[in-house]
Design a protein around this ligand. Structure first.
Ligand code: SF4
Length: 76
């Protein structure tokens, strides 16, 4: 997705600074978008139980498994 690719260089710098992006900056939402969702994203760290909130390597705060943001990258 073009928006995700365009954000990548900025994300790389952010990772070096060890600061996560805000949900607002990444346009995070609690719902999937076009079939894309956090629990199929390579950046997602699942919570303790299936369906529980997890965390994200690049976006700050609790992350819903069924959420989405512009940094979505499908797990391989
Ligand atoms: S990068 Fe975005 S889509 Fe992927 S897990 Fe984090 S918040 Fe969800």
């Amino acid at each position: 997705m073009a928006a995700g690719l365009a954000a990548a260089p900025w994300l790389a710098r952010s990772a070096f600074a060890q600061a996560k992006a805000s949900k607002e900056a990444m346009k995070y939402q609690d719902q999937p978008k076009d079939g894309q969702r956090c629990d199929t994203c390579t950046q997602f760290d699942p919570g303790a139980k299936p369906g529980a909130q997890g965390t994200c390597k690049v976006v700050d705060g609790p992350i819903s498994p069924s959420g989405w943001c512009i940094a979505y990258v499908k797990k391989s």
